[in-house]
Each structure stands twice: as structure tokens, then as C-alpha cells.
Ligand binder design. Structure first.
Ligand code: ADP
Length: 484
């Protein structure tokens, strides 16, 4: 097992213009381990001027970077990918230390994060233009694609590496440059990626990481007219705030926000597969992902059978420090997250839910929480409307297919939805009726670099991953050629 102190990738300065820099007056803030509260490192608390300098560096680096061939950029990105994979163990250890997720999940996230770099290194070579039959005989219409320019990325703590590469890889592949502000809870993963970017030969200014106060850095980035695009992953509340802030300079935006995923089990489902899917979908990362099942909806006839099997499966999950062999549920990110789970459970129990499993803080103490299942959940409970972001699964009962779809769509969110059924007609009907950007059918895991990830309604704007993901970082430029 690699311990944090042994990692070669621990960096406690910001990466700006290819240099490691401290904040003015050496201001720092601590990074802690959510498993025990221990301080792991101190990283810079950067101010407005330093963020402006990072944007300036990104602006200055842009013309050189966009002037390279796509093949050159791909070769550099490919080296970054190779280095990330070669350092998978160290990166995973850093992640488990600062984020808490089990080491196995951290290794998985590093491979997932790297996969975006590999994917977009290739995809950058395929940013094709278009020719269009013209409206006049002496005219030609050509469409070319141009990189957007300096991009800002603001990323969350639940996927400290993948949420960065999912933005940076398409941006860099398309010829953009980037300033990343990682979440304050998990900056070490971001800084380690910067170290590897440096080793890969990504030129100074093309990829920058600044740490510090969210509001200060967020304002510096969104106020700056040189930043042409913001890509944000985080809460809907912060997303709305940033969307407003980007209006001042009409920036392009990609937002990947909160979800309230329904997980529907129909009476013709393979129940064992549905249970397996529900456990991985709900309890991955201790329930702290925006595509985690938030509401489990089960058809009347199979409700009792599903609940019995589901409860038995969840009971066997091993709650432990992420570095412990076989750990499946790490700590929650902070005490606020614990209190939110407690508040939602209390509200549900007050409104008639039955406690089937867990329900309280775990005996390990700190921010460890028992995997919890609530039966007889109903829409009036807050847990039906709010994104839980914790290991709490409310199970709802429904009678008909229409009732399930209505219940599933009764939310302002529209990120991921899941359902289990073996009836082909029902599969099509329900898949088309669910108002979500992504639908998992007979599977609880949908994320891959090859597919378009993103939401509708208040879950966001734009797509990440797949060939659609690179569109977010290019502008369409129309050339009208007369006098031909
Ligand atoms: P969470 O509640 O899951 O931490 P947030 O939306 O608050 O979700 O955080 C996601 C990212 O947005 C983090 O990097 C966080 O630091 C950043 N963030 C939070 N508030 C602001 C803000 N006012 N301006 C810019 N970034 C912010």
C-alpha cells in the first residue's frame, strides 16, 4: 500500500505558466484526510492577481498551441496519458488520502481519468469541417472549426481527477488552453496531474492549476474577458451562480450539475441483476456522485422480493478507511455531508418511512456513515426532491408503468435515470419517456469516455466525453468565398 508521504507526486504549490508558484505572502490552506481529519498538506490560497496571471499565461500560450498540428498535440496528450497510467498507484493513493474513496475505486478513477486523455488525443485529429453547396454560382461556403481560446474549469471533489481530464483533454486536443480550479477538498490530485502534464511536455501556460477560495477565483475567472469558456461540474446552485457571472462577458458554458436519478425496477426485471445494479449505482463513492441512484422505484409485485435481496446485499458492504484491504464504503467528504444524510433520514422517518438498514453515523466515527435503506418512501419526503449525495437509498413503491415514469420525471433535474426490464416494448417506451440526458437500461453504471455524459433541465448544459465532447471547445467559423 502506498502511503501519502511516500508519493512522488505530492505538490504543495500551484502550477502556473509551467512553474510551481506559492501565493503572495505564502498564504495557504490545509488539505485534510476525511477518514481521520489529519492534515495532509498545505496548498496556496491564490488571490485575484495570481489568477489573472494564470489567465494571461494561458492567453499567451494559446497561439503557439493552436498553431500546432492536431497530430503534435495528440502526441503530447498521449504522453500525458502514459504518465498518468504509469503513476496510477501514486495518484490513487493521493486520491484516497484527500477524498476518502476506497483505494480500488481510486485506481478505477485514475484509469477512467486517463481514458479521457487517450480518447481526446485521438479525437482531436478528427475535428472535421464542412463544405456546403452555395447559394450563388460564384460563391463557395466552407465551415472550419476553431478552438474557443482560454477555458476555465471549476471541478468538484467527488471525482478529483476524472472531472479535470474530462474537460482538459478535449480542450487541449482542440487547441484551447486552460486554467483549472479544483475543489478545495481535493487539490492534490489536480496538482499531481499538473506535474505529469509538465513531464509530458505540455508547454508552459497551456495547462494551469490554481487553488484557493472558490468565490475569489470564480469571480476572477468569470470577470476576465480573456476567458472565453467556463466548464463547471458541481452543484446546481453554484452552476446557476456561475452562469449568471458568465453573462457579463457572454462566455460559452458547459455545466454538469446535480441530479435526482430514479432507478426503476419493473416486475419483469431480472431481480438479481437489478439488485447488483442498484448497489453499485447507489453506493459507489459512498453515494457521492451526481449519477448515483437517488430514488429507487420498485413495482408492487416485486417490491418485497427486491427489498429483501437489496437489504441483504447492502448489509454486506464493508465500511472502512479507504486504505483498508477490501474497503467498499469510505468516509463521507465532511461533517456537512453527514448532517445532510441525517436530516434527510429524520424527515423521511417523520413522514412514515421504515428504516430497513443503517440510519446513523458509523461506529468508526468521524464522517463514516452506515449504508442506509428506507422503505415505503413517498414523494412528500425531502429525500424524493433533494440530491442526497450520501449512502441513503429510499425505496418507493409504484403500480403501473405510467406511474413510474411520472414519478421519475417529477423533478427539476434531468441527469441520469436507470431502469430494469426485459420487455422490449417497455424498454423503448420508458427510455423515450424519461426526461433525462442519460438512461441506463439493465445497468447501473454508464460512464465511459466513449459516450456523451450530460444532463437536461436543471442538471446542465452540454456534453462531456465522446465525439460530442470536443464540440464544446470549438467554434464554428463560416467562410464565404466570393468571386470564384
Ligand atoms: P459541493 O457542494 O459538492 O462542494 P459546489 O458546487 O459547491 O459543490 O462545488 C463545486 C466546485 O465549485 C468546487 O470547486 C467549489 O470550490 C466551486 N465553487 C463553489 N462555490 C463557488 C463560487 N461561488 N464560485 C466559483 N466556484 C465555486
Amino acid at each position: 500500500m502506498v502511503k501519502l508521504t511516500e508519493t512522488r507526486l505530492l505538490r504543495q504549490q500551484c502550477y502556473i505558466n509551467g512553474e510551481w508558484q506559492s501565493a503572495a505572502a505564502e498564504a495557504t490552506f490545509p488539505v485534510t484526510n476525511p477518514a481521520d481529519g489529519a492534515v495532509l498538506a498545505e496548498v496556496p490560497d491564490m488571490g485575484t492577481e495570481e489568477v489573472r496571471a494564470a489567465v494571461g499565461a494561458a492567453q499567451a500560450a494559446w497561439s503557439g498551441w493552436r498553431g500546432r498540428t492536431a497530430g503534435d498535440r495528440a502526441a503530447v496528450l498521449r504522453r500525458w496519458y502514459d504518465l498518468i497510467m504509469a503513476n496510477q498507484e501514486d495518484l490513487a493513493a493521493l486520491m484516497t488520502a484527500e477524498q476518502g474513496k476506497p483505494l480500488g475505486e481510486s485506481r478505477g478513477e485514475i484509469a477512467y481519468a486517463a481514458s479521457f486523455v487517450e480518447w481526446f488525443a485521438e479525437e482531436g485529429k478528427r475535428i472535421y469541417g464542412d463544405t456546403i453547396p452555395a447559394h450563388r454560382a460564384d460563391t463557395r461556403i466552407v465551415v472550419i472549426k476553431a478552438p474557443v481560446g482560454v477555458c476555465a474549469a471549476i471541478t468538484p471533489w467527488n471525482f478529483p481527477s476524472a472531472m479535470i481530464t474530462r474537460k482538459a483533454a478535449p480542450a487541449l486536443a482542440a487547441g484551447c488552453t486552460m486554467v483549472v480550479k479544483p475543489a478545495g477538498q481535493t487539490p492534490l490530485s489536480a496538482l499531481a496531474l499538473a506535474e505529469l502534464a509538465d513531464q509530458a511536455g505540455i508547454p508552459p501556460g497551456v495547462f494551469n492549476v490554481v487553488t484557493g477560495d472558490s468565490a475569489v477565483i470564480g469571480k476572477a475567472l468569470t470577470d476576465d474577458p480573456r476567458v472565453r469558456k467556463l466548464s463547471f461540474t458541481g452543484s446546481t446552485e453554484t452552476g446557476k451562480l456561475l452562469m449568471r457571472a458568465c453573462a457579463g462577458t457572454v462566455k460559452k458554458i458547459s455545466l454538469e450539475l446535480g441530479g435526482n436519478a430514479p432507478f426503476i425496477v419493473f416486475d419483469d426485471a431480472d431481480l438479481d441483476r437489478a439488485v447488483e445494479g442498484a448497489v453499485s449505482c447507489k453506493y459507489r463513492n459512498s453515494g457521492q456522485t451526481c449519477v448515483c441512484a437517488n430514488r429507487i422505484l420498485v413495482q408492487d409485485a416485486v417490491y418485497d422480493a427486491f427489498v429483501g435481496k437489496f437489504t441483504a446485499a447492502v448489509k454486506s458492504l464493508k465500511v472502512a478507511d479507504g486504505f483498508t484491504e477490501g474497503a467498499e464504503q469510505g468516509p463521507l467528504i465532511d461533517m456537512k455531508a453527514v448532517e445532510k444524510s441525517e436530516r434527510l433520514i429524520r424527515d423521511a422517518l417523520d413522514k412514515g418511512a421504515t428504516l430497513l438498514l443503517g440510519g446513523k453515523r458509523h461506529a468508526l466515527g468521524g464522517t463514516f456513515f452506515e449504508p442506509t435503506i428506507l422503505g415505503n418512501a413517498v414523494p412528500a419526503m425531502r429525500i424524493a426532491a433533494e440530491e442526497t449525495f450520501g449512502p441513503v437509498a429510499p425505496v418507493f413503491r409504484f403500480r403501473t408503468e405510467t406511474a413510474a415514469v411520472d414519478l421519475a420525471n417529477d423533478t427539476p433535474y434531468g441527469l441520469a435515470a436507470y431502469f430494469y426490464s426485459r420487455d422490449l416494448g417497455r424498454v423503448w417506451r420508458v427510455a423515450e419517456s424519461l426526461e433525462y440526458g442519460m438512461v441506463g437500461i439493465n445497468t447501473g453504471i454508464i460512464s465511459t469516455a466513449a459516450a456523451p455524459f450530460g444532463g437536461i433541465k436543471e442538471s446542465g448544459i452540454g456534453r462531456e466525453g465522446s465525439h460530442y465532447g470536443i464540440d464544446e471547445y470549438v467554434e464554428i467559423k463560416y467562410l464565404c468565398m466570393g468571386d470564384v
